[in-house]
Design a protein. Structure first.
Length: 99
């Protein structure tokens, strides 16, 4: 799985980068299904936005965007939503293989 993390309109410090990497480890169980994983963090006024795009091996793309007033909260919310999308995609794939 190729992973890319970038920040727009602010700079991620090492602690924040480590936190994001640690959180990404929580979706490593789906690593064999994912080709690319891009995370873009941005700051508009006082609010942080965490946006991610996943490309699955079978051509499906999942996109999630969450916002919060704290950069780490935005990451948590985004990854929670992303885990839900990954679970749904796994279920769809399993359902197709049963047919």
């Amino acid at each position: 799985m190729n992973t890319e993390i970038k920040a727009l309109h602010f700079t991620l410090d090492e602690e924040q980068k480590d936190y994001i990497q640690k959180k990404i480890e929580r979706i490593r169980n789906a690593e064999n299904m994912i080709v690319d994983f891009r995370v873009t963090m941005s700051k508009e006024a006082a609010e942080y936005s965490a946006e991610s795009t996943l490309n699955f091996k079978w051509g499906v793309q999942a996109h999630v965007k969450e916002s919060a007033y704290d950069v780490l909260q935005a990451v948590d919310k985004m990854l929670d939503s992303l885990r839900t999308k990954i679970t749904k995609e796994k279920e769809k794939l399993e359902q197709r293989s049963r047919l």
